[in-house]
Design a protein around this ligand. Structure first.
Ligand SMILES: [Zn+2]
Ligand SMILES: [Zn+2]
Length: 369
């Protein structure tokens, strides 16, 4: 019997462990992937704390994942773009596979929706084994959406977090020459900058911090950066940020990637008349904020857009952008940890965003360390 190891969260609020599982035989409709990197994000923290309904514990986490095809069943089929999957292909994994037969699937909603998602990283090892993207192996079945990539593992693992800003900016209708303000310089904020730059934004301002993240933001394409810690009062910041917009009248598109309610209210004030506000940062309930529907929205013809997920099309475009980042993809990743430090990673996202003396950006698990 050959075994492999994968992190496991035994129950709500319990610390993650590393467990051994039997390496599965690959069925005709299956594909076995040797995981190279698995990303850690706040969703993993919320899963472990029981904030996401309908999850059966124990649970193998890891929905941001990529790896090398080690065995492919005769009936699995191709990747999303019709390309052959052969042993040795590197693939980026779109973690949620729709069932194909529920009403949402049958209606072909333009939004990602299914009553029976099979989600890598949300799976119980008994009822849906070999489906944690932080573990050493991953077994997927036909219908799973994979993308063959020539990019690095770092580029491939960033495709999933890049897909949400890609979807948001597509829904916003971003066009070349648009001016963009990104609020937040965490992983999603930095990837939003990379996507806006790839889409041909004429100028990109960013509000965030600390200084190292803002330097990286500049390298990724930001033309002006504002450190939230040193930019003075809200009024001072507002004046300085607006001055960086074309003619000082505000931005065509403002993207909220900070996840703070106050950022939402502040960000509406950075739009030009008729601009588009893209809400991407609030992936959990962190509170409310007062806004004035007349002054902040209607009187200025503002359009509001949000995105809680992405389609195969936006995932493909996001992967194209992360592949194009070259060595910069590695610089977005701040920590590379072995499987037995999965809990340390989630704790860092809960408390202070510091790990091993460094500010946390994107943490990845390398299951072979
Ligand atoms: Zn995630
Ligand atoms: Zn479905």
């Amino acid at each position: 019997m050959t075994t492999y190891q994968a992190p496991c969260i035994p129950g709500v609020g319990e610390p993650a462990t590393v467990e051994s599982y039997e390496l599965p035989a690959v069925p005709a409709d299956g594909i076995l992937i040797k995981v190279e990197l698995g990303g850690v994000c706040a969703t993993d923290l919320h899963l472990g704390l029981g904030h996401i309904p309908g999850i059966a514990f124990p649970l193998n986490p890891g929905h941001e994942t990529c790896g090398i095809v080690t065995e492919v069943g005769a009936d699995f089929g191709t990747d999303v773009l019709g390309r052959e999957l052969t042993v040795g292909s590197r693939v980026a994994v779109m973690p949620a596979t729709p069932c194909g037969h529920c009403r949402h699937c049958l209606q072909r909603s333009p939004y990602p929706d299914c009553a029976n998602w099979d989600v890598v990283g949300f799976s119980n090892p008994t009822t849906r084994p070999h489906a944690g993207g932080w573990g050493q192996y991953l077994l997927l079945h036909s219908g799973a959406r994979l993308f063959v990539t020539e990019g690095s593992p770092e580029a491939a693992v960033l495709a999933e977090p890049a897909a949400t800003p890609a979807e948001g900016l597509l829904r916003a209708g971003l066009r070349f020459g648009d001016s963009v303000l990104v609020q937040g310089s965490g992983t999603v904020g930095l990837l939003a900058i990379a996507i806006a730059a790839a889409a041909g934004a004429s100028r990109i301002s960013v509000i965030g911090g600390p200084a190292r993240r803002l330097e990286l933001a500049t390298t990724l394409g930001a033309s002006a950066t504002f450190d939230i810690a040193t930019s003075g009062s809200a009024a001072d910041r507002r004046q300085a940020v607006l001055a960086s917009s074309p003619d000082g009248v505000g931005f065509d598109v403002v993207v909220e990637c900070a996840g703070a309610p106050a950022a939402f209210a502040e960000g509406l004030g950075y739009l030009r008349r008729g601009g588009v506000y893209v809400e991407l940062g609030h992936f959990s309930d962190v509170g409310t904020v007062p806004i004035n529907p007349y002054l902040d929205i209607l009187s200025r013809d503002v359009r509001l857009v949000s995105s809680s997920g992405y389609t195969a099309d936006s995932f493909r475009r996001a992967l194209g952008v992360t592949e194009g980042l070259g060595d910069l993809a590695s610089r977005i990743i701040t920590h590379r940890l072995p499987m037995d430090r999965g809990q340390d990673a989630m704790d860092a996202l809960r408390q202070g965003w510091q790990l091993d003396g460094e500010q946390v950006g994107k943490i990845v698990i390398d299951p072979w360390l």
